[in-house]
Design a protein around this ligand. Structure first.
Ligand code: SF4
Length: 332
């Protein structure tokens, strides 16, 4: 779609004919007049989704803290003094009980996260039992467990895992500023194993970590140029946590954040773009703009892995004011 007709001064370029994105084309879109960018994002959103439906996911930390990785934003890294107490892997029956409560409160996808570099062989039986148990409740399942090998992806697929979350976090250029214990290439390798196993990919990043706009753009270019677009693209706004290297990071400006959401929607038209961490720091108006820009998935509940989240009452009220309804499982 060319917005030239409605805006004589602006031509918005999109992907090349083969669907690949260059940094320059994404940048041109990102820098377009805000109204043009949002109009295009909303148009593309309507072509692919019901604009008034938002998918609800619920996140549970199944193993908290003590992580050997050094992600600069994370309260769970053993490298940072955040005061978070490390816990062992949660018992399977407790995970199923929590998932049942989430399902009864309207969540259709249950995401389980463990603070690991990668799962150990001894953990796999429990993790597989969690996937099978949650699946049996009629929910979609998602896990984030760190790097995986071929055998682990095959086991998770066989257990019925629907999605695997593995974020690239930021651009390749900026990656080493945030994490030193693994590389951007490591991330892409696990993503490829997940994709080849037939598990759907949930992959996005975090903005507001001191990166430049070009890093946010290039992160989306990497995602949009994967062999398949991730089916789910979480965009997190950094929640600065005391004790982490990013505790004093300069917050991203709200309009800039909305631009990132709109760009993600345009570049990955059929993906669910999730407004993830950071919603507690957003006004209702900012969230409404994000939904208009094409965000159509959120995490519900009072907490994310370890951080605060708005909670069901506040979300229900906001949805009601905006005329938004939860997306049914079949529509996903
Ligand atoms: S983001 Fe994940 S991998 Fe990184 S330190 Fe936190 S729990 Fe570990």
């Amino acid at each position: 779609m060319d917005l030239h007709a409605t805006s004589p001064t602006t031509t918005i370029q999109q992907a090349d004919d083969d669907g690949t994105w260059t940094s320059e084309k994404a940048r041109a879109l990102h820098d377009a007049p805000f109204n043009n960018l949002l109009f295009l994002a909303q148009t593309i959103h309507r072509q692919n989704f019901d604009p008034n439906k938002v998918q609800l996911s619920r996140l549970l930390s199944i193993k908290t803290g003590g992580c050997p990785e050094d992600c600069g934003y994370c309260s769970q890294s053993a490298h940072h003094e955040t005061g978070l107490k490390a816990s062992k892997l949660m018992e399977v029956k407790r995970v199923i009980a929590e998932a049942t409560k989430a399902r009864d409160a309207g969540a259709t996808r249950y995401c389980m996260g463990a603070a690991w570099r990668n799962p150990k062989a001894r953990d796999m039986d429990a993790v597989v039992a969690m996937v099978e148990g949650v699946k049996a409740l009629g929910m979609e399942t998602c896990m984030t467990l760190g790097m995986l090998d071929l055998e682990q992806t095959a086991r998770l697929k066989q257990a019925g895992l629907d999605y695997y979350n593995h974020n690239i976090d930021t651009s390749e250029r900026y990656y080493s500023e945030i994490i030193s214990t693994r590389s951007f290439a490591d991330r892409l390798e696990t993503l490829e194993l997940v994709r080849q196993s037939g598990i759907k990919v949930c992959c996005g990043g975090i903005v507001g970590m001191g990166e430049e706009p070009v890093d946010r753009i290039d992160m989306l270019v990497t995602l949009a140029n994967l062999p398949e677009h991730p089916q789910s693209v979480p965009i997190n706004m950094l929640i600065p946590i005391a004790g982490t290297p990013l505790a004093e990071a300069k917050p991203i400006e709200p309009i800039e954040f909305v631009r990132v959401i709109a760009l993600a929607r345009i570049m990955m038209p059929k993906s669910h773009v999730r407004l993830s961490a950071g919603r507690t720091a957003m006004t209702d108006e900012m969230q409404a703009l994000c939904f208009f820009a094409g965000a159509n998935s959120i995490f519900v509940g009072d907490t994310l892995l370890t951080a605060d989240n708005p909670g069901e009452d506040k979300d229900t009220l906001l949805f009601c004011r905006l005329g938004i309804e939860p997306m049914e499982l079949e529509a996903q």
